[in-house]
Design a protein. Sequence first.
Length: 120
Amino acid sequence: MWTSKNRARYDRSKLRYPSDLTDDEWRLVEPLIPPGKTGGGKRTVIIREVVNGLMYILSTGCQWRAIPKDLPPKSSVYDYFDLWAYDGHWNESTTRFMSSVANERSGKPVRPPPSSTAKA
């Protein structure tokens, strides 16, 4: 139900794009992001912006080349998505994220489905 408190909670008018993550959403997503690889150079991209780029693609359905210039380069966004999809992390993270949202909304624990990447 839309109450004044609820309406303010879901207001996205102050975000750069409606698909950008709010601070509360980022707090749920951040622990699901895998750490950078050991050795080699440090990440030079802001991971929250990469996720915002992925959310932009998912919400608008635009082509990779049409990502706005104020988000990370399309190659960075695509490379992270490809890496996370290849190693199964994307499916695992989205499943865990959806479970945490369901837990928050229902007020009682909701078990996530078994991981498709779990080894028997």
